[in-house]
Write a protein that binds this ligand. Structure first.
Ligand code: AMP
Ligand code: GLY
Length: 422
């Protein structure tokens, strides 16, 4: 079968890399893709926002399946468009993707179906939101309702910070419609984990638990980013936690979505906190996590194309998959300044040497070709992933590989997976 993958980051490179290993896959296309994928996929130069054109392209190449990486096309309704045209797609409908694209929708659903999450209120009015924050005090968490590329959340340790965040999100132009409504929620303390699951709307199969490192700097300091590294399996999620996640969160959400007439097909991502009084949901994403996917797919034993197609065709129960007993660690190599402003266009050295190390794969996240060379073209530039016998081995290999790579202004965290090694 021929498969089209949408997106251009490290997550999508990991998807393309794993799909290329599937015996059932013929041609692979990546739209728009990145230079790291070129040896296994044809890159297609179409704007990701142009969903009609993407559907035409998928029809023209007779794609057996289209796999959606990022959230924006899902929120724009690409799942519905493909299904209307009789094209197979891995990813939820627009109404199902609201689990990610509207935090208030997700919170109300959890409340209605008794799925554990932080206590919260939603506000459309800045004055009322301010008054609520003053009444509650800090710490408190303020979230823009809509998609904000990870920047719409303020974990405020003081009342002033929370009020500032409200002003920025609701008062300013920065967030647009995504900030017209806010969710204000209870601050939760505990270990954070990500559990991703494949689902066709009926059957749901979780992947091993992963942990992301969202802050820019070592020791979980600095601003939130898209994720500076990830590892799996995360020992913080022991068998009891995984069971709780499956029975109290993932399965009930899939069932709730079906009952609401929004059956959910695709990758369901639950961001969870292991709080003192049990597991609580922080957020849902309607897609694979990035960088989590770069640590998870190297551990998958199975035909990814077959798994994704079985989700799209509502027969996930037929899919076979197993997970390697090893561990994987992915370290993001970023441009200095990220998640703020950063310079780009620096040549990248050492890609081949790093990729030649045993168990190491270098995923491209923000790169482009200039002449014959590969240069930086984004905040997160590369994801260096390594598989090892255990987390320590995997981490040591990932950092050995990272040390072989160099580009102007390169920054990376030196403590990825440290929580698993304490
Ligand atoms: P989100 O975009 O909802 O994943 O939030 C971004 C980050 O903010 C999360 O990864 C958490 O580290 C933090 N966060 C979100 N909600 C809470 C909460 N209720 N309590 C504590 N931290 C939170
Ligand atoms: N790693 C967090 C996310 O994909 O949203």
């Amino acid at each position: 079968m021929d498969i089209l993958v949408l997106g251009s980051g490290g997550r999508e490179h990991a998807l393309v890399w794993k799909l290329a290993q599937s015996p059932s896959v013929g041609r692979l296309y990546a739209l728009p893709g990145n230079p790291g994928m070129e040896n296994v996929a044809r890159l297609v130069d179409i704007d990701l926002a142009d969903t009609e054109k993407i559907a035409d392209f998928a029809g023209r190449i007779h794609a057996s399946l289209t796999v959606v990486g990022p959230e924006a096309p899902l929120a724009a309704g690409i799942g519905d468009l493909f299904r209307k045209k009789g094209l197979k797609i891995f990813g939820p409908s627009q109404k199902a993707a609201e689990l990610e694209s509207s935090k208030s929708f997700a919170k109300n659903l959890m409340q209605k179906y008794g799925i554990p999450t932080a206590a919260y209120r939603t506000f459309d009015d800045l004055g009322a939101a301010r008054e609520y924050v003053r009444g509650q005090g800090a710490p408190i968490v303020v979230k823009a309702d809509g998609l904000a590329a990870g920047k719409g959340v303020a974990v405020a340790m003081t009342e002033t910070e929370a009020l500032d965040a409200l002003g920025r999100i609701m008062g300013g132009a920065e967030f647009g419609a995504a900030g017209a409504r806010v969710v204000i929620e209870e601050y939760l303390e505990g270990e954070e984990i990500s559990i991703l699951a494949f689902t066709d709307g009926e059957t749901l199969v979780p992947m091993p638990p992963a942990q992301d490192h969202k802050r820019a700097l070592d020791g979980d300091l600095g601003p939130n980013t898209g994720g500076m590294g990830a590892y799996a399996p995360a020992p913080a999620a022991d068998a009891a936690v995984r069971q709780e996640a499956l029975e109290k969160v993932l399965k009930p959400v899939a069932l709730a979505m079906k009952k609401e007439g929004r059956p959910y097909q695709g990758c369901l991502y639950a961001g969870l906190i292991i709080a003192r009084d049990g597991l609580k949901v922080i957020e849902f994403n309607a897609r694979f996590g990035d960088p989590e996917t770069q640590a998870l797919l190297p551990l998958l034993d199975g035909d990814l194309a077959e798994i994704l197609l079985s989700c799209a065709e509502g027969r996930l129960h037929e899919a076979r998959m197993a997970w390697k007993k090893e561990a994987a660690v992915c370290v993001a190599l970023a441009s200095g300044g990220y998640p703020g402003r950063y310079a780009q266009g620096f040549p990248i050295k050492g890609l081949d040497a790093a990729g030649a190390l045993s168990g190491v794969t270098v995923f491209h996240a923000g790169t482009k070709k200039r002449g014959g060379e590969i240069v930086t073209a984004g905040g997160r530039v590369l994801g260096v992933a390594a598989v090892g016998a255990d987390i320590k081995n995997a981490r040591d290999m990932a950092y050995r590989a990272a040390a072989l790579i160099d580009f102007g202004d390169m920054r990376y965290r030196r403590d990825i997976a440290c929580r698993a090694l304490k």
